[in-house]
Ligand binder design. Sequence first.
Ligand code: CDP
Length: 224
Amino acid sequence: MKPTRPFHQTPVIAIDGPTASGKGTVATLVAAQLGFHLLDSGALYRLAALASLRYEIAPDAADDLAALVGDLHITFREGCAQLDGVDVSNEIRAEEIGNRASAIAVHQAVRAALVARQRAFRKEPGLVADGRDMGTVIFPDAPLKVFLTASVEARAARRYKQLIQKGFSANMDDLLRDLRERDARDSNRAVAPLKPAADAKLLDTSALTIDQAVDQVVQWYQAQ
Ligand code: CDP
């Protein structure tokens, strides 16, 4: 039988950062390179946001949202996110859903309802977890924590490209405004605000290619 490590020793690489900082892409490639599992925690908040629209629950109805989140029927399979058995991977990438996700993510009750689901992703041989509070709240014992940043202009340009590629319409001025608003809301909320963990390594990706950012994270991990 293969020896297994106790839960808390299964390695986690926590990658946090603001919207469109490249976390998702970097996390996916690092996980592939190391053969680790992947947690896109933002997708959970986006799925919750989509469900709240479908069930017509207002973004400020914290308790109803938390109950909804507790009951969500979600599956992740081969990079696809399913809600109630239907693939919604593309639908949850809309900016409207991202903004709604950010609005419902301010509630402590909603966040608490998602903790166990997120920790369940921690399995051998390891996990790369991408989000806002992976290093600070969900996996505070992660052996490697990375905080990815990039200038707001670089992030808006990336998000523009990503949305157009996915067939959504996009406008640069609206994107810049939304990004700034979302940064402010995510950073200033009382619960689990977006901020680097005290022991996080900072990586500014404004002038880096994706491969350079991935190499840096893998190098940090292997150097430990
Ligand atoms: O793709 P993008 O970086 O814009 O967002 P995302 O990672 O998909 O997350 C969408 C929203 O969910 C964020 O703006 C956050 O408000 C919220 N979120 C959070 O509060 N905590 C997380 N661990 C992940 C996402």
